[in-house]
Design a protein around this ligand. Structure first.
Ligand code: ZN
Length: 296
């Protein structure tokens, strides 16, 4: 099963205990499912656990059952066209059945944080997907009702999860790219195991990137160390050729001997070879001095 499928399976383990939350979850499903109008509800899913949850969810939320239950197959279609059932649902959600359904978000149903989480769970079950943790970070909610999506966007921003957005035909997609946001949203909706998987994958990925960066960095430093050593050795060669070594102070002579003995060492390593060890900056100063003298 896909990672999205795993997440949906985990979300469906949430008990349908509180009536307020069942209604909020069903509300999220309706706004993000295939069709929700005053004439028809149609929910299509390929997810088995969600298909098992739907009838119970609608029973708990609205005390209604679907007219049409899915046949066996990959895509399960749940349908409802009976006017009295639709009226009951539309009423419960606070819409006016006589008006054409322009779907604003009814914030009254989402005041409690438990209900907000349930609403997001429903929206994700019907219109959400999330990329596998070893791939890129991406969680999206795609719904056909642009207005409701814009209002959900505001609600999410209010909760500290401002999504990115893109319009898709009449609908609108909200999506998240930050692994931290995605982890928190999954946990909030009721999928802490999936969130943990994402977190672990990120740690592993960061670790791998960190190691790569360090290796590249070491190689670059080694290159620099070699270039610096070459400059020092050339300066020392010139000093030899000019017969000036003996005129130099003891400290510089000592530095020359050690640099010649250990041409491959970095400054820090070379500084440690002195008796007693000197500081890297002190060594750097001495070597600069040698280069300088060799050019005069
Ligand atoms: Zn609630």
């Amino acid at each position: 099963m896909s990672f999205s499928g795993d997440v949906k399976q985990e979300l469906c383990r949430e008990e349908l205990t509180r009536a307020c939350c069942a209604r909020a979850e069903a509300y999220g499903v309706l706004l993000y499912c295939n069709t929700f109008s005053s004439r028809e509800i149609r929910i299509i899913t390929e997810n088995d656990t969600f298909a098992r949850r739907l009838p119970r969810l609608f029973e708990r939320a609205f005390q209604v059952s679907f007219d049409r239950l899915p046949e066996k197959g990959r895509k399960r279609v749940f349908g409802m066209t009976a006017p009295e059932k639709l009226g009951q649902i539309i009423n419960a959600l606070g819409y006016d059945p006589s008006q054409h359904l322009v779907l604003h978000l009814n914030f009254g149903l989402l005041e409690e944080s438990c209900c907000r989480a349930a609403f997001l769970r429903g929206a994700f079950l019907a219109g959400g997907s999330v990329a596998p943790p070893d791939k890129r970070y991406h969680l999206e909610l795609s719904g056909p009702h642009a207005q409701a999506s814009r209002e959900l966007e505001a609600l999410l921003a209010d909760m500290g999860y401002a999504p990115k957005t893109v319009d898709r035909g009449a609908g609108r997609m909200l999506y998240f790219k930050s692994s931290g946001q995605i982890e928190e949203l999954l946990t909030l909706m009721g999928a802490p195991v999936a969130a943990m998987e994402l977190m672990n994958a990120k740690v592993e990925k960061d670790l791998r990137n960190g190691v790569n960066r360090r290796v590249n960095c070491d190689a670059a430093n080694l290159g620099k160390a070699v270039d610096a050593a070459r400059e020092h050795l050339e300066a020392i060669e010139r000093l030899h050729a000019l017969g000036r070594i003996e005129t130099l102070p003891e400290k510089l002579k000592e530095t020359i001997v050690l640099r010649e003995t250990f041409p491959e060492l970095t400054l820090a390593e070379l500084a440690a070879e002195f008796e007693p060890p000197i500081s890297k900056s002190c060594l750097n100063h001495r070597l600069r001095k040698l280069v300088e003298i060799s050019k005069t």
